[in-house]
Design a protein around this ligand. Structure first.
Ligand code: LLP
Length: 423
């Protein structure tokens, strides 16, 4: 079966000639991002008091610096992400809390680090409250609430409901608020994030739950966070999120709480995908093609070690084929299985969520052609691995006319160096 009702084109700053030139200069596979497109996405959410970028979607320092220059704050989910935020110039402190740490667990090293830095912690388990209270009295905290339901583009990205490990179960919220007070911590606000790739109906329900829970706890709070989860179009058939409507929904909720508490309540949003997905492409080279029975396979030099979303979730990424000169390959298309170089049958970019091989409509190709995977600016490079001892691909940022390498290609020597330890 051929899927994909339509392919989205690359961002504006990225025509075929530019993509081909980057591939020529930096080799393939290569990630390319368009800064202008990221700024456009940011501007769609400017009405929120605070846009907090979930950097797990794309944590390159240069992307984080771009965010900081646009006054976007940052979320961190590990010690490494905190260090990235610091290295990108975010400094803890101030009214808006440039960095917030969100997790369900505080490992010992991270606990000490957030305490030393005074980075607010968005707590997702009762033990985090106790552990923070012990070593950092007065520490600022958010509570991440699991409202009892979730949603996502895949069950693996659904972070709400009883089957999810995330957040404080809504029925336990009052107890945890009491524990926050008992441990002398400073409650900033409530946060809900029910998943990634969430449909609009579920996002509305989150907003209702937030108002209900924020009133129910009978405790002063200064802020609420809508979390992330906003979708982007992966094919031309997908709906476009109406960000004005979404803001109005949350703004009304905020006003209701402002009236309830008698003071201004700050409104945050915490997107990852929405800010960066459409800005990025992954470019790979065609290295081989063959038939297996009735299946036409085209094999590339990028695999699921680079882009894991199709193998992990059955995600679709629209594709375009261009020549080395950057011209679009037109002509008749035929149903094609697009696959990578790894030693696993699951190393296929066209597959259903349960791993059944699917097809994309692809024109005839020659070795050397470039396959461009659209919409890979989020959870692309940041989820890459070294499986099969394959080095991480470089990242390139286009900003206006400027083309800049923002991460060099990892070398095999880089990989081996980690293991260069005494026996
Ligand atoms: N806030 C929290 C607490 C999160 O856990 C996440 C995503 C976000 C915000 C941002 O969600 P977004 O706006 O990007 O949907 N690897 C998956 C997505 C996993 C998201 C994990 N948490 C994918 O490739 O689709």
């Amino acid at each position: 079966m051929t899927r994909r009702p339509g392919t989205l084109t690359a961002p504006d700053g990225m025509d075929g000639a530019t993509i081909a030139a980057v591939a020529e200069r930096y080799g393939t596979p290569v990630w390319i991002y368009d800064a202008g497109r990221i700024r456009t996405q940011i501007n769609l959410l400017r009405q929120f008091d605070t846009i907090r970028f979930a950097q797990k979607a794309s944590s390159n320092l240069h992307i984080l610096r771009l965010m900081r220059k646009e006054a976007v704050m940052v979320d961190a989910v590990s010690a490494g992400e905190i260090e990235r935020a610091l290295a990108a110039g975010y400094t803890p402190g101030g009214d808006e809390d440039p960095i917030v740490f969100t997790a369900d667990v505080l490992d010992r090293q991270t606990l000490q680090r957030v305490a030393d830095l005074g980075v607010p912690v968005n707590v997702g388990s009762p033990q985090m409250v106790e552990q923070l209270g012990e070593i950092s009295p007065g520490h600022p905290v958010w509570i991440r609430v699991n409202p009892g339901f979730g949603h996502g583009h895949s069950q693996k990205t659904n972070t709400g409901g009883p089957a999810s490990k995330h957040g404080i179960w809504h029925e336990d919220l009052t107890d945890v608020v009491e524990s926050v007070d008992r441990h002398g911590l400073d409650l900033i606000g409530l946060h809900m994030h029910i998943g990634s790739g969430v449909d609009y109906g579920h996002l509305e329900r989150v907003c209702e739950s937030m108002v209900r829970d924020a009133k129910r706890i009978d405790h002063d709070i200064r802020a609420i966070s809508a979390g992330g989860g906003l979708t982007v179009r992966e094919t031309v058939a997908d709906p476009i999120v109406d960000t004005d409507r979404y803001f109005r929904l949350w703004d009304d909720a905020r006003h209701e709480l402002t009236a309830h508490l008698g003071h201004h309540v700050r409104l945050e949003i915490e997107p990852g995908r929405f800010l960066v997905a459409n800005s990025g492409v992954l470019v790979a080279e065609v290295r081989a093609f063959k038939r297996m029975g009735s299946n036409r396979f085209v094999l590339l030099d990028a695999g699921f070690n680079d882009l894991i979303r199709p193998a992990l979730y059955g995600s679709s990424h629209g594709t375009e084929v261009i020549t080395r000169e950057g011209d679009r390959r037109d002509g008749d298309v035929s149903a094609t299985v697009l696959a990578g170089p790894l030693c696993e049958s699951g190393d296929v970019f066209t597959q259903s969520p349960d791993g059944v091989v699917e097809h994309a409509p692809l024109p005839a190709v020659v070795v050397g052609d470039l396959v461009v995977f659209m919409n890979t600016g989020a959870y692309g490079a940041s989820m890459s691995s070294n499986y099969n001892s394959r080095p991480l691909a470089p990242e390139v940022l286009i900003d206006g006319g400027a083309v800049r390498l923002i991460r060099r290609r990892q070398t095999i020597d880089d990989l081996l160096a980690l293991e260069d330890v005494a026996e």
